[in-house]
Design a binder for this molecule. Structure first.
Ligand code: 4G3
Length: 215
């Protein structure tokens, strides 16, 4: 699965792409992530990518030309839908991530900055507007990483067999509920003990305890 990400801050992705699970998926060729600097497409003599809003108001907007040319260039190698991240988009869910992973089609992800992008880019180029939650960030880069992460870990082979996603919070196996509390060693920490039943080895009772404690 290929992700082409368009941003004016390509360096933001450096540390994320070096994270162990994602780095391994990339080196194994399971996913491919290409970062594109929108500024490189600016035809302005100062490589400008922003401008003031028509009609007035605070803040700046991303100007359409660099974005349009960047999207057009990326579309030659990526035939998948164009996703734009904004607080106005449809909220990302586990179900949405599962559907994207299942289709495994390539995706083009647009990261806006400032107060967003010129509406004509949304009308001309964007297939889907997605939000990662009801709050405003300084840019769409964190949402793009969130989507890549949520989708990639659902692709078979990305997680090792000890990292299965089949029992995640919100997964079908958990009836989309949350999870039961987890404990690891030591059995006593700061005076607090692990529930007795989890140490018992009694699988049926453990199952009952976990079901009772789903939240
Ligand atoms: C568009 C996405 C983009 C308009 C982007 C701000 C939050 C989200 C931006 C705008 C973003 C989100 C850039 N902030 N909730 N910031 O997914 O006002």
């Amino acid at each position: 699965m290929k992700f082409d990400i368009l941003t004016i801050f390509p360096e933001i992705f450096d540390s994320y792409l070096n994270e162990s699970i994602i780095a391994r998926a990339i080196s194994q060729g399971i996913i491919e992530i290409r970062i594109h600097d929108i500024r490189k497409y600016s035809k302005d003599k100062h490589k400008k990518v922003d401008d003031i809003p028509f009609g007035g108001g605070a803040g700046m907007l991303m100007t359409p030309q660099p974005l349009y040319d960047a999207i057009t260039a990326v579309k030659k190698k990526n035939k998948g839908p164009v996703i734009y991240f904004s607080p106005q988009g449809k909220t990302l869910s586990q179900t949405k991530a599962e559907n994207l992973a299942k289709k495994a089609q390539d995706l083009i992800l647009i990261c806006g900055r400032y107060e967003g992008i010129d509406q004509r880019i949304i009308d001309l180029c964007v297939d889907e507007e997605i939000s990662i939650g009801n709050y405003v960030l300084t840019g769409g880069e964190l949402p793009a990483m969130v989507l890549v992460d949520a989708v990639s870990r659902l692709i078979p082979e990305v997680l090792g067999k000890d990292e299965s996603h089949l029992h995640d919070s919100f997964s079908k196996a958990f009836k989309r509920k949350k999870e039961y509390p987890h404990y690891t060693r030591p059995a006593k920490f700061k005076g607090m003990e692990v529930p007795e039943v989890l140490l018992s080895g009694h699988h049926k009772k453990i199952k009952e305890w976990r079901n009772k404690n789903l939240k």
